[in-house]
Write a protein that binds this ligand. Structure first.
Ligand SMILES: NC(=O)N[C@@H](CC(=O)O)C(=O)O
Ligand SMILES: [Zn+2]
Ligand SMILES: [Zn+2]
Length: 428
């Protein structure tokens, strides 16, 4: 059966502008993209009137924490996917730092089964590189791939041992699978929570140096060159990491990278005080690093934007900044934040932002979604590009509300999200 999304504004990359289109959906696929000028008879088919709002390919987020199994007080697959859908995301890839760690086929199967039953967006599970993410023994990559894992990562911690990482890359490469790396050398971190910069100097705190991230990036691009694996760098936050990835790409190493909205819009100098909602890993870096990651994203050194949605309960975040866990939620603020700070300010055109949240992650990870084309899955997001609203964490569909963006006035709010041709979230 056919249905239509009518009067949507679709980004035309060649022309560099929005154009009015009617989109016909059939059997979960995009069946037709028709010119929206003039009147038209839709033959009584069901219609969603997009009313001159943006219609984008559904956003893709290759780095999220759904906390299920084991930490359901923070989030679960039902609430996490609802929160994602509200943010306009139709595909999300979830990290294995669950309890148990996603290091066996049984846990991968649990996530996929629960996502099929209770999730409302596509969920792609990553599995751990090492058992229990302890860095001591590789997991069974072949069995995890067979169960449906899409890549391997110990996100939450860095793989400290270079030989372990090299063995992981060799094995992943032999299976045609990517390695996704949280880059952090523990020996350089020493219990600090904020970056070496003005904030720690002003407050007499220990700082996390940029090299703690960049040393792993440098090590790993060398190992990726040696092994040939697709190596993907998580949440890039430093100037040095950008430089290393740029160099690696220039000599043909198969490396891709991601950056989070908070690392693009906030620096350590914005931290208002000892507030756990400003504590995340990697930490907010200096304004110079922020400029470097923005430029890295702009020149293609960094391929995509991810949220690193990292929910933690109010109780956990309320333990004081030293004891609180690292991480902030991200789904429900990502697009309005970037649209307001980069598109409305004139720095980026809308098409650039959309690419980095749709087609670019799809390309890097070989997904069939992320494009608005006849024959592609009908994963679509309708966004109101006009209305300004304040971020109100009390309205989040996530179980958690740990965000530094509460009260920010933003424009560009998703209003309706479609996966496989079905509406999975609607504001109305
Ligand atoms: N980003 C964070 O600050 N926290 C993440 C872990 C991670 O992404 O490294 C989490 O699981 O809470
Ligand atoms: Zn991480
Ligand atoms: Zn993460």
């Amino acid at each position: 059966m056919s249905s239509w999304i009518t009067n949507g504004l679709v980004w035309n990359e060649t022309a560099g502008r929005l154009e009015k289109k009617h989109i016909r959906i059939e059997d979960g696929l995009i069946a037709e993209i028709a010119d929206g000028a003039g009147s038209r008879d839709f033959g009584g088919a069901p219609i969603i009137d997009a009313e001159d709002k943006l219609v984008s390919p559904g956003f893709i987020d290759m780095h999220v924490h759904l906390r299920d199994p084991g930490f359901e007080h923070k989030e679960d697959i039902a609430t996490g996917t609802r929160s994602a859908a509200k943010g306009g995301f139709t595909t999300i890839a979830c990290m294995p730092n669950t309890r148990p760690v996603t290091d066996t086929p049984a846990t991968v199967t649990y996530i996929l089964d629960k996502a099929a039953r209770e999730g409302c967006v596509r969920v792609l599970p990553y599995a751990a590189i090492t058992k229990n993410e302890l860095g001591r023994e590789l997991t069974d990559f072949a069995a995890l791939k067979e169960a449906g894992a899409i890549g391997f990562t110990d996100d939450g911690v860095g793989v400290q041992n270079a030989q372990m990482m090299k063995d992981a890359m060799k094995l992943a490469h032999s299976l045609g699978m990517p390695i996704i790396a949280h880059c952090e050398d523990d020996s350089l971190v020493d219990g600090a929570w904020a970056s070496e910069g003005k904030f720690v100097r002003d407050n007499g705190l220990k700082g996390i140096p940029n090299e703690s991230e960049a040393i792993h990036v440098g090590r790993d691009v060398l190992l990726a060159e040696a092994t040939g694996v697709h190596y993907h760098v998580c949440h890039v936050s430093t100037e040095q990491s950008v430089r290393l990835i740029r160099l690696a790409k220039s000599i043909g190493v198969r490396v891709t990278a991601e950056v989070c909205p908070h690392h693009l819009v906030l620096s350590d100098e914005d931290i208002p005080g000892m507030d756990p909602n400003w504590k995340m890993n990697p930490p907010l870096r200096t304004p110079r690093d922020v400029q470097a990651v923005i430029e890295g994203l702009e020149d293609g050194t960094i391929d995509m934007i991810v949220t690193d949605h990292a929910p933690h309960s109010t109780e956990e975040k309320g333990r004081g900044v030293e004891l609180a866990p690292f991480g902030i939620v991200g789904f429900e603020t990502a697009f309005p934040l970037l649209y307001t700070k980069f598109v409305l300010t004139g720095r980026w055109n809308l098409g650039f932002l959309l690419q980095r949240m749709t087609s670019d992650p799809a390309k890097a990870f070989g997904l069939s979604t992320g494009r608005l084309a006849v024959g592609a899955p009908a994963d679509l997001t309708i966004v109101d590009l006009e209305t300004e609203r304040s971020v109100d964490p009390a309205t989040f569909l996530s179980k958690s509300s740990n965000t530094p963006f509460g009260g920010w006035k933003l424009t560009g709010w998703p209003v309706l999200t479609i996966v496989d041709g079905r509406t999975v979230w609607s504001e109305a």
